[in-house]
Design a protein around this ligand. Structure first.
Ligand code: ZN
Length: 112
């Protein structure tokens, strides 16, 4: 089954761009074009994002602490840190665009 299928109505109403914009379980979600109900990227996407952000954060701290002792790293320290911070924001969106299944947005259902 396609990962761009709406979990509410089963129609293939998302594409990589709209799926990337839908966010994860903790976000508001994007409405399906067919049925209008909100969808987000599911548990696997949320877990991946959390793990990925944690790894990048650890690498940022390590780079900051260790760069003065590592000859090849020291001159590019700022660029490495900047790249890692950008990756925290960009890589999960790319992953959301091309991997993981959509799930119903749970935040809305909790309010009802
Ligand atoms: Zn739908």
């Amino acid at each position: 089954m396609s990962i761009y299928v709406c979990p509410h109505c089963g129609k293939k109403s998302f594409n990589p761009v709209t799926k990337a914009m839908a966010g994860q379980l903790n976000s508001h979600g994007k409405p399906c074009k067919e049925c209008g109900r909100l969808c987000v990227n599911g548990k696997a996407a949320t877990a991946f994002n959390a793990v990925f952000a944690l790894i990048c954060f650890v690498l940022v701290v390590l780079t900051y602490l260790k760069a003065p002792d590592i000859d090849w790293l020291y001159p590019i320290e700022k660029r490495v840190v900047l790249g890692l911070i950008l990756a925290i924001f960009i890589v999960p969106r790319i992953a959301n665009a091309f991997f993981f299944k959509m799930e119903p947005a749970i935040r809305i259902e909790l309010k009802r």
